[in-house]
Design a protein around this ligand. Sequence first.
Ligand SMILES: [Zn+2]
Length: 225
Amino acid sequence: MSVPSGTVWPMLQALLDLVLPVECGGCGRPGTQWCRSCARALGDAPATVRPRVDPGVPVWTLGPYRGSHRRAVVAAKEHGRRDLAEPLGVALGAAIVRLRRWGELPAGPLSVVPAPTRARAARARGGDPVTRAVRAAAAHDRALRVVPVLETARGVRDSVGLSAAQRHRNLAGRVLLRRGAGVPRERPVLLVDDVLTTGTTAAEAVRVLVSAGFRPCGVLVIAAA
Ligand SMILES: [Zn+2]
């Protein structure tokens, strides 16, 4: 090989840029996958949310479901932007560090549970973007351990456009503990999701975690509607 390996990736990237024009996943700015101003927007201090359906633990969001927060979530989920896992993970990780510093989250080891997704929908999208983002967060913080123990049962519909009551009926009893979820229960658990709307998913997930002996201590989302 005459090409030093360190130069292969930038060359490949430049080549890919010719084929697939790169744009910021948060604002559409050309020439970058994730711009500084979107990084700043998602790096803001997490805010407390009080969802209509109370999960019984504190809920925080990186921001409102609009602007770069909304675009990034949609790009990661609907447009196959797997590259956004890293910036979203960094933003989630920074929020966790802050919440610990504020005493809102316990110090020490923390299990991070991605909110349950519809397996088929996630497969169709090439994986679950929330799980990817929390894995990226955990890669930067050794105190975090990703514990993907939740899934939704067959028959759960996409919740877009459903009312709180319909969401509840859609999900009741259908958030399941994954088989083989033999992970230690003693660590505090943070549930992470991309979007919080009514709080139904978070509440159902927390209920299932508690009944399985886990100790949920909060919910963190990328954006709250
Ligand atoms: Zn941007």
